[in-house]
Design a protein around this ligand. Structure first.
Ligand SMILES: Nc1nc2c(ncn2[C@@H]2O[C@H](COP(=O)(O)OP(=O)(O)O)[C@@H](O)[C@H]2O)c(=O)[nH]1
Ligand SMILES: Nc1ncnc2c1ncn2[C@@H]1O[C@H](COP(=O)(O)OP(=O)(O)O)[C@@H](O)[C@H]1O
Length: 205
């Protein structure tokens, strides 16, 4: 029986690369058992987004209160809105031995690295910059000005790729999911082997 803490998996990537799409595809597969941490945001809901499923939608005042009360594992301001990870869900789920999946931007991911250096960091990358631009524009959820801001943010985010443990190309959604699954399985195996070797060295079981 596994009674160790679960694995914290952090996925980032530039706006429009397909993080939301890949995450939803991952969570619709019965062969991958991850637990999604729903973030809090001050951004307005997009059409079809559901409170408590896509995000917890809050006012700036409510969000700032959560910061003051230390209810967030990390938070960041991104293109004019706050985004943050509720700490209680992450702690509780990891303690139950379950793997938690965060889909967050790069500044927040670096804060998670400080709090959870053992977490697994995956960067979702586009096949090309022109394909990325096509996807941001093609999604059609933002105004022209916001698209410009997101494209600028995306270029800065791409520079952070080096800080991640793995880079996964999102050329096709199913392939990206397969790669993430393979990384998570390999990481579990590696960590279990390391723990076993260490216990043997100490002479404990
Ligand atoms: N730091 C941080 N970033 C988040 C969190 N939740 C979502 N994000 C990121 O905020 C950025 C904007 O998210 P969103 O407005 O939903 O747009 P989209 O991901 O580009 O479709 C994305 O890079 C998300 O990964 C969070 O809890 N913390
Ligand atoms: N592998 C892919 N191939 C083609 N289009 C994709 C792929 N992944 C995502 N998309 C499309 O790109 C757009 C942005 O995807 P989205 O998941 O909203 O990105 P993000 O959450 O990273 O901002 C959407 O219109 C989505 O359907």
């Amino acid at each position: 029986m596994r009674n160790e803490r679960g694995l914290l998996i952090v996925m980032s990537g530039p706006s429009g690369v397909g993080k939301g799409t890949v995450r939803k595809a991952l969570f619709s597969r019965p062969d991958i058992k991850l637990h999604y941490s729903v973030s809090v945001t001050t951004r307005k809901p997009r059409e079809g987004e559901v409170e408590g499923v896509d995000y917890f939608f809050r006012t700036r005042e409510q969000f700032e209160q959560m910061i003051r009360e230390n209810k967030l594992l990390e938070w960041a301001e991104y293109v004019g809105n706050y985004y943050g990870t509720p700490i209680d869900y992450v702690e509780k789920t990891l303690a139950e031995g379950k793997d938690v999946f965060l889909e967050i931007e790069v500044q927040g991911a670096m804060k998670v690295r400080r709090a959870f250096p053992e977490a697994l960091f995956i960067f979702l990358a586009p096949p090309s910059l022109s394909e990325l631009e096509k996807r941001i524009i093609g999604r059609g959820t933002e105004s022209k000005e916001l698209i410009e801001n997101r494209l600028q943010a995306a270029k800065e985010e791409l520079e952070m790729m080096d800080a991640y443990d793995y880079v996964v190309e999102n050329d096709e959604v199913d392939l990206a999911c397969e790669r993430i699954k393979a990384i998570v399985i390999a990481e579990h195996c590696r960590r279990e082997r390391v723990a076993e070797r260490y216990k043997r060295m100490l002479g404990v079981e």
